[in-house]
Design a protein around this ligand. Structure first.
Ligand code: SF4
Length: 345
């Protein structure tokens, strides 16, 4: 799985619940189960795609990985260090290595700051931890970064509102890579952009990854974007990982009924390869009171009695340790679907 690569991030049974309070005494009345027992490893230089419908917990997961939300349970280890255990000062220094790119650059860039000031901020926050100690050195480095992300030097004195959506996302990327991080969590970085601009931004991210040996966690709500960029994909449903596999295996042999529905929704450019779209009934249930057993059972066309009671473990499938699925009947469902397809062709 790791091809001798270094383990960068290890997530173990991570849970993040947000308490709910109500009534006249403002008592604790429940929890939003945003992330509910997620485990995976990420190796240096790879891209892990995290996919799921809105409300499945993927953005909360992204923030919890960077310890922007302390975990309710479980742990996140970065380069072998438990982020919950290390002193605050060390965590602050470590943030230099872990950056984030947000979905809406307009919301994440301060409109009252020039691009030069926005990009200088990380150097000032982490002063003493890099070689750009003077304003002159910082400006030279910022101009280099602007060129690196495909923006002109004149951007330095301009403000975010003077740029297009794609250019603003380039500013967001420039800020994220300014301190040469190891890990970048990308939270739907191209969802707000026109399709024509999406591929330019994705190309830029791929190039930067190669040049800087970056590790990406790429969060997206559909599989078509991650298909382009991810080495491995985790599919999330209601706070849990339901399938985790190398990208190619995920597209060629999706084992979980939810993944199969997501893949069937990817538009097929070749009309000769027309495929049947599986429409999922209903919405994602509330994370305040998730369904018992398999969270997916109210929407799963293959659900049986056992699914309503027993939570399926995330386990290897097809004799492949790298391909894991959380479904009691995954192999049976896959075999039946393959048999049907063979009869139809
Ligand atoms: Fe569907 Fe049951 Fe599998 Fe859940 S465990 S995905 S409900 S068949």
């Amino acid at each position: 799985m790791n091809d001798g690569k270094k383990l960068l991030l290890s997530v173990k049974n991570l849970k993040k619940y947000f308490p709910l309070h109500g009534g006249i005494f403002y008592r604790h009345v429940g929890d939003v189960h945003a992330v509910d027992g997620v485990s995976f490893d990420v190796y240096q230089g790879e891209t892990l795609g995290v996919v799921g419908e809105s409300g499945c917990g993927k953005s909360t997961l992204g923030k919890a990985l960077l310890h922007l939300y302390p975990p309710t349970a479980g742990k996140v280890e970065f380069e072998g260090l438990d982020l919950e255990e290390i002193p605050v000062r060390q965590l602050r220094e470590m943030r230099k290595e872990m950056q984030m790119i947000f979905q809406d650059p307009m919301e994440s860039l301060n409109p009252r700051m020039s691009v030069g000031s926005i990009l200088e901020e990380p150097f000032i926050i982490h002063k003493g931890e890099h070689e750009f100690g003077t304003a002159e050195k910082r400006k030279a480095e910022i101009l280099r970064i602007l060129e690196e992300v495909g923006l002109p030097a004149s951007a330095f004195d301009r403000y975010p509102h003077e740029f297009s959506g794609g250019q603003r996302q380039r500013i967001g990327i420039a800020r994220a890579i300014a301190l040469k991080p190891k890990l970048v969590v990308c939270d739907e970085p191209v969802s707000a952009l026109d399709v024509s601009v999406q591929s330019q931004v994705l190309n830029l991210m791929v190039r930067l990854q190669k040049e800087m040996n970056l590790t990406y966690i790429f969060i997206a709500h559909n599989l078509s974007v991650v298909k382009y960029i991810a080495d491995r994909i985790c599919v999330m449903y209601l706070g849990r990982v339901v399938e985790d596999a190398p990208s190619q295996a995920m597209y060629e042999k999706p084992m979980h009924p939810y993944t199969q529905a997501l893949i069937s929704a990817i538009p097929e450019p070749d009309p000769a390869l027309k495929k049947e779209k599986q429409v999922l009934e209903g919405d994602v249930p509330s994370p305040i009171k998730p369904p018992p057993g398999c969270h997916f059972h109210p929407r799963c066309p293959h659900a049986r009695e056992q699914c309503k009671k027993d939570t399926p473990a995330l386990r290897p499938t097809g004799g492949d340790e790298n391909h894991r699925v959380a479904c009691h009947f995954a192999e049976e469902i896959f075999e039946a679907a393959s048999h049907l397809q063979a009869l139809e062709t």
